[in-house]
Design a binder for this molecule. Structure first.
Ligand SMILES: Cc1cc2nc3c(=O)[nH]c(=O)nc-3n(C[C@H](O)[C@H](O)[C@H](O)COP(=O)(O)OP(=O)(O)OC[C@H]3O[C@@H](n4cnc5c(N)ncnc54)[C@H](O)[C@@H]3O)c2cc1C
Length: 362
């Protein structure tokens, strides 16, 4: 019997497992992936997220991974541009954009070092139940038989299409009408000093310096354009970059290092977050558009809130349901500003409005 089983070992799951293990709980952390591995996501960290890494003792690992520190942001609305230092957040004056291959491995390793038991290449199939309460999981190793594991709480950190949410019957309780689609890719040979944000009519272009002297270039457009964009991904990507002439000119000697990645689904939604014997965290619980780059930071704050709640429930300091309700409330308070800003940005307001919303919610 584990105290907690965490399904999903990336930005939401590994820190949750780490924090619970650091509190002395017996934790099983499972993921159908193995690490290091990539996932569909760009990876700009907000300063608040970087601060969380520092609090957990993990910032040095990211800073020493060859990922350049980012100390400035360039904003461009076509008719006007400005470059500003990143506003410091407490004692953090630089942030990072680490590849998920690197970041997620650091997080998984930290969970294991804290004492969590890791099962990679292990797929969650279903929850087990007794008297209406989740009591554990059924899953299988790659090519293996189904096994059952019991726990006092099962935490679904298994992303947007959460199987734990499905097994728990957790409905979507709030969602927005508008949505975007996006493409991103990695390029070398693009001189770049920091984050760059280009706000255009019906289009955002974002540039993030990352490992190996490469930049990640991402773009978002209204979701309805996804099908047409896919018909000529390379051509449409490069033509979109012409909307940012300064950036486009700096790409004269650029080399695309990996294939362009597209995503036609960036929903804005909240699911029911907890129930008897189970809880959700990260994208499994709350998914928002990527435009503000807040998902990773959100997941890390949620991990702190959830680990405190589960500790309160498991230790008997508070009834579990009340503790999990408090977790949800703290999460909702933390994301309120970025959720509101995201809902405005996904409607592609005029560039001069978009930049105000972005910086106000950022
Ligand atoms: C295009 C794009 C760009 C983004 N850019 C940024 C950004 O710049 N900055 C930022 O902060 N956020 C960004 N985000 C958001 C960020 O990627 C997510 O918020 C974050 O990855 C959520 O982490 P998670 O751990 O909840 O889920 P995930 O990262 O999706 O991890 C879920 C894990 O669960 C595992 N899993 C799923 N099902 C099962 C199962 N049945 N059994 C076992 N394991 C399972 C998966 O293998 C996976 O490892 C972006 C997202 C997208 C799509």
């Amino acid at each position: 019997m584990y105290d907690a089983i965490v399904v999903g070992a990336r930005c939401a799951g590994s820190p949750t497992a780490m924090l619970l293990a650091r509190k002395g709980y017996r934790v099983l952390l499972v993921d159908r992936a193995t690490f290091p591995s990539d996932t569909m996501s760009t990876h700009a960290l907000r300063a608040q997220g970087t601060k969380k890494l520092k609090d957990w003792g993990l910032l040095d690992r990211v800073a020493n991974s060859g990922c350049p520190p980012i100390r400035q942001a360039h904003f461009d609305i076509g008719v006007a541009q400005m470059t500003v230092p990143m506003p410091p957040f407490e004692d953090i004056d630089a942030t990072y954009c680490p590849r998920r291959t690197v970041l997620d491995k650091i997080l998984v390793d930290a969970a294991v070092e804290a004492g969590a038991e890791l099962r990679e290449a292990f797929t969650f199939d279903d929850l087990t139940w007794k008297d209406g309460r989740a009591t554990g999981i059924v899953g299988h190793a790659r090519g293996g038989e189904k096994v059952t594991e019991e726990a006092r709480i099962v935490i679904g950190a298994d992303g947007l299409h959460s199987q734990v949410a499905k097994a728990a019957g957790a409905p979507i309780v709030k969602q927005a009408d508008h949505a975007t689609c996006g493409y991103y890719g990695y390029f070398s040979g693009v001189p770049c000093e920091g984050f760059e944000f280009y706000f255009r009519e019906g289009c955002y272009i974002l540039v993030f310096p990352t490992h190996d002297g490469q930049v990640c270039i991402a773009m978002e457009r209204p979701q309805g354009e996804f099908k047409a964009f896919r018909e000529d991904v390379e051509g449409n990507f490069m033509r979109t970059l012409e909307l940012a002439p300064g950036l486009h000119a700096r790409m004269a000697n650029a080399k695309r290092e990996e294939k362009l990645i597209g995503i036609g689904e960036l929903p804005n939604q909240f699911r029911q977050t907890f129930g008897p014997g189970w809880a959700l965290i990260g994208d499994a619980s709350y998914h928002r558009d990527a435009i503000l780059g807040s998902g990773i930071t959100d997941a890390w704050y949620e991990a702190d809130y959830l680990a405190e709640a589960v500790d309160a429930g498991l230790s008997g300091a508070q009834p579990m349901e009340a503790a999990l309700a408090r977790y949800e409330q703290r999460r909702d308070e933390f994301v309120a500003g970025t959720w509101a800003a995201t809902l405005k940005l996904v409607q592609f307001p005029p560039p001069q409005e978009a930049i105000g919303i972005w910086t106000g919610g950022g």
